[in-house]
Design a protein around this ligand. Structure first.
Ligand code: AMP
Ligand code: MG
Length: 420
């Protein structure tokens, strides 16, 4: 990074940076937070593992039954004639049969119970008739290993069950518990400070003055940042004054690994964000070929990574999901992943001017033809925040295209992709 806006930046007439190029640059520039902490499994839900976990045991730890039934020796069960076996005991989950199964014998066994020594198969109880202390079944093929779950079938001792960079979801918590792990090392929570800029912004709970609007960006940002791997600091609304923006920048960068602002990144007379970033830090670029969200400042502010997001609420959300979230994922040590993109049929014409990649708000639904169908939410202005609430996906329209007509296949990114 350098101190002046680079290539695509300062001059509004210059070439815009593509979304793909922007994301690549951001990911190349942001660091991984090296610090880690040791947490109990429950506290580690949705955190990012920072070292591999190797199993010290086989799971399951012993051969056991997959059914309620009878543990038998397959060599005692010829398939040509009826078989009668004597029941010599029982094996319950957690209360194994202590002895051995001998010739002509069997053991009553429950699901998950240890397979007794000598036995090599389990017969389902529905397949036999029981008569006091013996069972009987007609010519039935009993195969060695039938209904047996062998030791290590899930995980073997020495296996790496999870790699560094893995996000710990519900399955991972269960998996770690299954190998007896009580605590894990995860990357420490990422500190994110954010504030809004704008003299027109009123806080909720106060009446609106003439020309004022409520500050919605801080609430949408709070919502998007409320993730277990993030510790967020809301620094409020900063007026459009050079000194106030400057002070807020200094406070935020002293506090956080990542600083986010909204508004004031355009070329208006009261837009001090990019200018202040240039003075106190380093600007990487600030004009993107995307709609919504063309003005976007990115750079370094002291030790913190900085994103100056646009002011319009839909632009804030679109740029957060397309650029900030991938940066957060990298900074918290999560391994890289491809965006979740699917193809859907457009139910109507989607108008678009060539030049910028568009992220229209869409409603994705299964059609009666077995395919996914998508429709736009209506008015697509970057100030129409209700479009984000109605939508369940972005419709991605390539920069050089002219939109789509009814029935065309378009690429869609479900909002689900941003959940974790
Ligand atoms: P700006 O980039 O500061 O000129 O802002 C662009 C547009 O976004 C203007 O219409 C602003 O009023 C609006 N805006 C800026 N910040 C916010 C905010 N925090 N909440 C809602 N709208 C905002
Ligand atoms: Mg403003």
């Amino acid at each position: 990074m350098n101190n002046t806006p680079t290539d695509c930046c300062a001059d509004p007439g210059q070439k815009l940076l593509s979304v793909e190029q922007g994301r690549k640059r951001i990911l190349a520039a942001v660091p991984v937070i090296a610090a880690a902490e040791q947490l109990h499994l429950r506290a580690a839900l949705h955190r990012i593992l920072c070292e591999p976990v190797v199993s010290r045991l086989d799971v399951p730890p012993f051969a056991n039954s997959a059914m309620d039934g009878y543990a038998v020796r397959s060599q005692d069960c010829p398939d040509s004639q009826p078989v009668v076996l004597k029941i010599v005991g029982s094996s319950f989950a957690g209360a194994p049969f202590a002895g051995q199964v001998g010739t002509g014998q069997c053991v009553r066994i429950m699901t998950g119970a240890l397979l007794p020594e000598g036995a090599d198969a389990v017969l389902m109880q529905e397949q036999v008739s029981r008569d006091a202390e013996q069972i009987r079944f007609e010519k039935r093929i009993v195969k060695s290993g039938q209904n047996v779950r062998y030791a290590g079938e899930d995980t073997r001792c020495g296996d790496t069950v999870l790699h560094a960079g893995h996000r710990l979801g519900a399955a991972e918590l269960g998996l770690l518990a299954s190998v007896g792990v009580a605590e894990v090392r995860v990357t420490r929570r990422l500190r994110v400070a954010f504030f809004s800029t704008g003299d027109e912004l009123a806080s909720i709970g106060t009446p609106l003055g003439s020309g004022q609007i409520y500050d919605s960006n801080r609430y949408a940002l709070f919502g998007m940042l409320s993730r277990p791997e993030i510790e967020c600091y809301d620094l409020g609304v900063i007026p459009d004054r050079r000194d106030a923006v400057r002070t807020a920048f200094q406070e935020a960068s002293a506090l956080a690994d990542l600083v986010l602002t909204s508004g004031g990144v355009s070329v208006g007379e009261a837009d001090y964000v990019t200018e202040t970033l240039g003075e106190l830090g380093e600007i990487n670029f600030w004009r993107m070929a995307m709609k919504p969200g063309k003005p976007l400042a990115f750079g370094q502010l002291g030790k913190a990574v900085f994103f100056g997001l646009p002011g319009n609420p839909v632009s804030v959300m679109a740029t957060f999901y397309q650029f900030v979230l991938p940066a957060i994922r990298k900074m918290t040590g999560e391994h890289a992943r491809e965006p979740l993109l699917i193809q859907a049929r457009s139910t109507h014409t989607l108008k678009k001017a060539p030049g910028r990649m568009e992220f229209q708000r869409g409603i994705l639904e299964p059609g009666t033809d077995g395919q996914w169908h998508v429709s736009a939410t209506g008015v697509q202005g970057s100030h129409v925040l209700s479009s984000m609430s109605k939508a369940n996906c972005f419709i991605l329209l390539p920069a050089d295209g002219a939109g789509a007509t009814e029935g065309d296949l378009v690429t869609v990114q479900p909002f689900l992709d941003f959940c974790w």
